[in-house]
Design a protein around this ligand. Structure first.
Ligand code: ADP
Ligand code: MG
Length: 334
């Protein structure tokens, strides 16, 4: 039996069928992500696991025990949210100690545990400060410390980094991953950001409209989308209808084909490499996207995105004739 098991979970809000028979296994110590667009049911599944919401059907098991109708306080699950919800009138130290005090732990033990938690989230020196004097990232570290100090069985993180600016966010992603791994904590992390999911997860569960569309390790989910939705959400795939694929390659296929922009080769002269498919096209646009240049190329009336590393200058311009190739193994049937 997996450490956490969702069995056939249904959840309705009135007539709105929000979770549609979700089954999911999570192994002990894993860092698992629920990824998907806004409104697809990610937070609802977390809230069902924590007990903040009741399910309408199905069962949830944690560590071999059916917790479906257990009170939230008896589940031993920690939660971190986007809004930090710290006590503004308490210091960092007092915020972190709060739950332990409720448990009536010995003051010496509390002090020891709080100190260790503060070290873990790298907030030494801030013990006596109040939340208002801290940055968003620091406040989120306090919220994280407040959860882990309780030594929960599972840590749930619902978009904890969404309110934090891009640069700090990257360093917090790494901190959170390191801390949960150091503690061996089983973690369920919600995000709508595919890059964040890629960086942090052992397993990504891609949600779509109350169902899990695809589960797998980040590389598999990125390179082998199982559906048109998966290909549109991760990896910015080109998606070709059978008719478009046939027009470009002369080869018939039953379903859609997805091709990642960076799997094309592009050149100003015919490529003559071993790739199965070779095309000619006209550049319609070039778009710098950070360290990548994206070309839009018209191949027999089909618009294709091609990504190349942006090293020093734009290689091709609007109106240029270019030669593309792609290998069969990079043409993913959906
Ligand atoms: P996500 O976290 O993926 O953005 P949610 O799980 O928050 O999505 O919401 C899923 C659906 O459930 C949405 O349609 C949302 O409007 C609805 N919903 C969420 N919470 C409630 C609630 N407390 N009452 C009624 N509808 C809700
Ligand atoms: Mg949500």
């Amino acid at each position: 039996m997996a450490y956490i098991e969702f069995r056939n979970i249904d959840k309705f809000y009135g007539a709105n069928h929000v979770l549609k028979g979700i089954s999911l296994d999570i192994e002990k110590g894993q860092f698992v992500t629920l990824l998907g667009p806004s409104g697809c049911g990610k937070s609802t599944l977390l809230r069902c696991l924590s007990g903040l919401e009741a399910v309408n059907g199905g069962q949830i098991f944690l560590d071999g025990e059916d917790i479906t109708s257990k009170e939230p306080k008896d589940r031993n699950i920690g939660m971190v949210f986007q809004q930090y919800s710290l006590f503004p009138n308490m210091t960092v130290e007092e915020n972190i100690a709060f739950g332990l005090k409720l448990k009536k732990m010995h003051p010496d033990t509390i002090q020891e545990k709080v100190k260790a938690a503060i070290r873990m989230v790298e907030l030494e020196g801030k013990e006596r400060q109040h939340p208002a004097s801290l940055s968003g990232g620091q406040q989120q570290r306090v919220a994280l410390a407040r959860s882990i100090v309780m030594e929960p069985k599972v840590l749930l993180l619902d978009e904890p980094l969404s309110a934090i600016d891009a640069k700090l966010r990257k360093s917090l992603q790494i901190s959170i991953k390191r801390i949960t791994k150091d503690l061996g904590l089983t973690s369920v992390f919600v995000t709508h950001d595919q890059d964040e999911a890629m960086v942090m997860s052992d397993v990504i569960n891609l949600f779509h409209d109350g169902r899990i569309e695809q589960s797998g390790d980040p590389v598999t989910v990125y390179t082998r989308p199982v559906s048109s939705f998966a290909a549109s959400f991760i990896g910015s795939y080109n998606q070709l209808t059978p008719e478009q694929f046939a027009r470009m390659t002369g080869k018939g296929r039953l379903g859609e084909t997805a091709i990642r922009p960076e799997t094309f080769s592009i050149s100003s002269s015919p490529l003559g490499n071993r790739d199965e498919y070779q095309f000619e096209g006209i550049v319609e646009d070039d778009m710098p996207r950070g360290n990548v240049l994206r070309y839009q190329v018209n191949v027999k009336g089909v618009q294709i995105h091609v990504d190349v590393l942006f090293r020093s200058h734009v290689l091709f311009h609007q109106g240029d004739r270019v030669y593309l190739s792609v290998a069969e193994r990079n043409c993913i049937p959906l």
